[in-house]
Design a protein around this ligand. Structure first.
Ligand code: ADP
Ligand code: MG
Length: 693
């Protein structure tokens, strides 16, 4: 239900002249599908074409705009050599060089004897000056069509700057002028432009400083996005609060029974978190809590104890895991822990079909099942609970707000506990989880040793293999994680298969392979054999990323570690160090990693503190690692720089609070304009909770 003024911005990029299916796919990969995504694709730098020297004074290596006479075309003697066109002005000579270009085309745009303005990078070739494939070739009359300063954009293979710039320019042509949604007094004080002006400014930079996050236009747009985000979070939280929860008064009998089944005592922070959860559940307000704690800090156990309270009160509970492997594993653990207490638990995943599926669903709708562990499949329409009162969502970042809500809607005033193993820097907690209360598990269960982490060049692979051999002769288990190759699951797999064959030739059938393309049941079988007897070395693509728990695994090898983001390395390493045995993590790197990659590896090597790693991750991503954001699972804020705009986050939070206190349903004039803002940033889930007006 997007408002009409936004229609044009949410038109597909294919509506632009010259953008067909092929180019639109490429644009989608780097920016998105709609015109608005092009607007948010900010320049990454600029080309200054104001340097217009005479030929004799031109500096090789520079981008220059030259006015020259076309003297002579020199076609190549064979196809492997380039086509050359000799040009000059009154001070000197320069050659234009073209590979694989058509003579007729070149004769047409660069006719002999005429004057042309050319712009591009000048190189020195022996004693000669040359320019290969000029960016621009125009007549003197067309000179204005060369922009003195041109923004450059992040591209992808097959998408040229020319095509992308043209698309962005075309997208900018008809952008609407919205009524101002920001407070005019605040805008004035900040000296920020209007929305439309800001968008135009961003894409027509004059100086490097126009591209900085601190430029007025960038700040304005970042603030728009932050305010939209804070308003949406507040609206969602308001909705959660408005629906009263159920006050579940418990004698904690069941909780104590289950706790007795644990072979250990809760840590201090587990106790604190559990107290916070039980307080929420006994209060008449609905619980909306985030349980944050590093991998292995014991979140699952805390969640499980919380669930017993709802079960004791006669209700049903659901535990949602992001993958089938994890659902299976959580189910096995949970079942063994709750069985003696008489709790009826079931597993439901997309894999369950036919009669089996029906019987699980029947037990859910009759209320016979008290605790269900499952995957996304639990969101489906056919899944009906008799009375769902509490839902736990593991690895929260894998699910969107919408999915969170759709599970909650399966019951009345469902208490919600979401868990994440992604420690988040303070500035991000607000923008990501501003709608929730937070509990943190800050300590590791006792008796865990630090993980010995080393970085090793792949040239020393033999030593690594020897270490693996020693490890499995000690009856410990080894994860061997294979490279993550950008955007290519197929290549991922090929690399993993190759390593698998290689290790199998050394260690025989003690080696197994697991990857994302395998069927669920196959994955389960492999995981089972790795967690029990049979498999000792598990070669994996990044499917082992989340949650898997095999305490006997004490060695992890990560190939091409330089390609992983910090959050991902931290998560992967969290698979080991889960027992009282000493663990080691070997980060193999190839070639000469970039400074950024080296910094990541060093960070992982030096510390295991998830919060520290998260801060560093943010800092490094601020320095330009665009993969990182996606890997860490944090929402993408295309317009926000979490370091440079940190102060705006706080302001947006206060602003959102004041706005909704005065105008809770956004019905005033400004409120209506703010609704546009919410839709502009696709915060529709927030709008959903506004009274129609
Ligand atoms: P998380 O979900 O935070 O990754 P889990 O709940 O899966 O962590 O716990 C990791 C492992 O630590 C499990 O094997 C669990 O049984 C164990 N564990 C949890 N709490 C404690 C504790 N207080 N003392 C010792 N071991 C614990
Ligand atoms: Mg977990």
């Amino acid at each position: 239900m997007r408002p009409e003024p936004l229609y044009s911005l949410f038109a597909s990029v294919t509506s632009l002249p010259g953008i067909g299916p092929r180019i639109s796919q490429l644009i989608k990969m780097i920016a998105g599908e709609n015109l608005v995504d092009l607007l948010w694709h900010l320049p990454s730098g600029l080309i200054d074409r104001r340097y217009a020297p005479k030929v004799f004074e031109v500096k090789p290596g520079a981008i220059a705009t030259l006015t020259v006479t076309i003297n002579q075309h020199v076609p190549p003697p064979n196809r492997r050599l380039p086509y050359k066109i000799i040009c000059s002005d009154e001070t000197g000579q320069i050659s234009l060089i073209f590979f694989h270009s058509h003579k007729t085309y070149l004769k047409r745009v660069l006719p002999e004897g005429e004057i042309r303005v050319i712009s591009g990078t000048v190189e020195k070739f022996g004693q000669d000056l040359q320019m290969s494939h000029p960016d621009h070739i125009v007549t003197l009359a067309e000179l204005d069509s060369i922009k003195a300063v041109e923004p450059i954009y992040r591209l992808t293979q097959g998408l040229s700057l020319k095509v992308l710039s043209k698309a962005i320019q075309n997208a900018l042509e008809n952008i609407p002028d919205f009524p101002e949604w920001q407070d005019p007094a605040y805008l004035n004080r900040q000296d920020w432009p209007t929305w439309k002006r800001a968008v135009l400014l961003i894409h027509t930079p004059e100086h490097q400083s126009d591209l900085e996050p601190t430029s007025p236009a960038r700040q304005r747009l970042a603030y728009d996005q932050l305010l939209a985000n804070q308003l949406a979070l507040r609206l969602i939280r308001g909705q959660m609060r408005r629906t009263p929860g159920r006050a579940m008064n418990s004698t904690y009998t069941l909780l104590k029974k289950v706790e007795k089944a644990f072979p250990f005592k809760l840590t201090h922070s587990q106790k604190v978190a559990l107290d916070e959860i039980t307080a929420d559940m006994s209060s008449s307000l609905r619980m909306n809590r985030l349980l944050q704690g590093d991998v292995g800090s014991g979140k699952t156990i805390v969640a499980l104890l919380g669930m017993t309270i709802a079960i004791e009160a006669g209700y049903q509970t659901a535990f949602l895991a992001p993958t089938e492997i994890l659902a299976q594993q959580h189910f096995d653990t949970i079942k063994s822990l709750v069985e003696d207490a008489g709790i009826r638990a079931a597993l439901y995943t997309g894999r369950d079909k036919g009669k089996k599926r029906q019987s699980i669903l029947d037990n859910l709708s009759s209320g016979d099942t008290q605790l269900v562990v499952g995957t996304h499949a639990l969101f489906q329409e056919g899944v009906v609970f008799r009375d769902l009162a509490m839902a736990v969502i593991d690895e929260q970042h894998r699910f969107g707000v919408h999915q969170r809500m759709s599970l909650v809607e399966k019951g009345q005033s469902v208490d919600l506990l979401v868990m994440t193993a992604t420690p988040i820097p303070r500035t991000l907690t607000l923008t990501t989880y501003g709608d929730m209360e937070v509990s943190r598990l800050t300590e590791k269960p006792t008796g865990r040793l630090p993980i010995d982490t080393r970085t090793i060049p792949v040239s020393r692979l033999n030593e690594v293999i020897a270490a693996v051999e020693r490890a499995i002769s000690r009856e410990t288990k080894v994860y061997w994680v294979c490279p993550m190759i950008e955007e290519s699951a197929v290549l991922d797999l090929a690399a993993a298969e190759e390593r698998f064959l290689n290790l199998q030739s050394l260690f025989g059938d003690r080696v197994a392979l697991i990857h994302g393309k395998m069927k669920g049941s196959e994955k389960d079988a492999v995981m089972k054999s790795f967690s029990k007897k049979g498999t000792d070395v598990l070669v994996a693509t990044t499917v082992v990323e989340v949650g898997v728990d095999v305490p006997e695994a004490t060695v992890m090898v990560i190939e091409h570690a330089e390609r992983f983001g910090l959050a991902q390395l931290h998560q992967l390493r969290g698979r080991i160090g889960r027992s009282s045995q000493k663990s080691s993590c070997l980060l193999l790197y190839t070639g000469n990693p970039s400074a950024l990659a080296r910094d990541r590896l060093e960070t992982i090597r030096k510390t295991q503190d998830g919060f520290l790693i998260a801060e560093r991750d943010l800092y490094l991503r601020g320095a330009g690692d665009l993969m990182g954001a996606r890997q860490s699972g944090l929402p993408e804020y295309k317009l926000v720089d979490f370091i440079e705009h940190a102060n705006l986050i706080q302001t947006a939070q206060t602003d959102a609070k004041l706005i909704l206190e005065k105008d809770p349903n956004l019905l005033t004039d400004r409120g209506r304009h703010l609704r546009l803002l919410l839709y502009l940033f696709e915060q529709d889930s927030g709008v959903k909770f506004l009274k129609i007006g």
